[in-house]
Design a protein around this ligand. Structure first.
Ligand SMILES: *[C@@H]1O[C@H](CO)[C@@H](O)[C@H](O)[C@H]1NC(C)=O
Ligand SMILES: *[C@@H]1O[C@H](CO)[C@@H](O)[C@H](O)[C@H]1NC(C)=O
Length: 129
């Protein structure tokens, strides 16, 4: 009985160690962190629901060794990033990816977030129906 408890305690210890390690941000050298700025959509852009658009970003100056080359684009409204994924699993070096505007409330406080190593917000733009 005592032995079992000790084993459980040890597993718990191991688990919390894993969680700690995973939760800890990796220390990266700055040149490897690639956060290209979003060029489109920009201020004044109006997207209509269900239309297709190319989100574009500046890929002219990537570091030699990019830590994470896989990109993801999410939609943000107001001060919240929504759970909506517009594009995923693409090469961050492409500089462009086509997305479909999802069926969302109209608003002029939308942004896209481009994730690679980190997240980069576009300027605010509008989605209409
Ligand atoms: C996105 O860019 C690709 C490549 O230039 C082009 O073929 C496609 O038509 C563009 N899509 C839109 C919605 O403009
Ligand atoms: C990039 O990675 C390669 C292979 O790991 C390494 O030899 C090289 O020094 C790295 N270059 C930079 C600029 O970090």
């Amino acid at each position: 009985m005592y032995f079992m408890n000790l084993t459980n305690l040890f597993s718990l210890f191991l688990l919390s160690f894993v969680v700690l390690v995973r939760g800890k941000p990796l220390s990266l050298s700055p040149r490897d962190v690639y956060v290209p700025p979003v060029l489109y959509p920009h201020t004044g852009t109006v997207w209509k629901i269900n239309n297709h658009h190319n989100v574009t970003w500046d890929n002219s100056d990537p570091p030699v060794n990019i830590t994470n080359k896989i990109g993801r684009i999410m939609l943000r409204k107001g001060s919240l990033t929504t759970p909506l994924i517009l594009a995923d699993n693409f090469d961050i070096l492409l500089g462009r990816i086509e997305v479909m505007v999802p069926w969302v409330l109209e608003g002029s406080d939308y942004q896209v977030v481009l994730f690679g190593d980190s997240g980069n917000f576009s300027p605010l733009f509008t989605i209409t129906s």
